[in-house]
Design a protein around this ligand. Structure first.
Ligand code: AMP
Length: 176
């Protein structure tokens, strides 16, 4: 992505302290999404990485990951798959539970979401501790798919998200 675009996107991401709980600096991407040229620059940055070796499916993570994943899937001519918080998907699911700082979270995917052997691109807005993307990648693998990359708009580099994703290729447009 062009350096000027990176600067504009950075400036359009709003830091909200103590949301959703004390001590968290929430990266609010809504002001960035309101600017069409910035939204498009992010979608293009993700899609352009995979033009030559296209994914079969783009996996979006509940909920802001859907915004980018749907657009990237459309642009690449790939399918879209939703990873959702448990209890939100209507059909049979496979689940993956992972630890949070306090407690745990369970993510779900429809049992027929990933054709065996499918190449899957995982997309989300923020890479923090990596637990969410790790769980999404585990769901793809459980169904016999192959994760080709995990793409994020923002990476919180002071957290060990990349490490938690192990050998999976990771791209972040805006490391902070
Ligand atoms: P993690 O599993 O810790 O990598 O957290 C990633 C998920 O939580 C993503 O789906 C993000 O949307 C959300 N998230 C985590 N930290 C933040 C943050 N500081 N600002 C906005 N979203 C966040």
């Amino acid at each position: 992505m062009a350096a000027t675009a990176v600067q504009k996107i950075k400036a359009a991401i709003r830091d909200v302290p103590d949301f959703p709980k004390p001590g968290i600096l929430f990266k609010d991407i809504m002001p960035m999404l309101q600017q069409p040229e910035l939204f498009r620059a992010v979608v293009d940055a993700f899609a352009n990485r995979h033009k030559k070796q296209k994914p079969d499916v783009v996996v979006g993570i509940d909920a802001r990951g859907f915004i980018f994943a749907g657009a990237v899937a459309y642009k690449l001519g790939a399918g879209f798959v939703a990873v959702r918080k448990k209890g939100k998907l209507p059909y049979k699911t496979i689940d993956q539970t992972y630890d949070l700082e306090y407690g745990s979270e369970t993510l779900s995917m429809h049992v027929d979401a990933i054709p065996r052997g499918a190449r899957a691109l995982i997309v989300d807005d923020v890479l923090a501790t990596g637990g969410t993307a790790r769980a999404a990648a585990d769901l793809v693998k459980k169904l016999g798919g192959k994760v080709i990359e995990c793409d994020f708009l923002i990476e919180l580099t002071f957290l060990p998200g990349r490490k938690r994703l192990g050998k999976l290729p990771v791209f972040s447009a805006i490391p902070v």
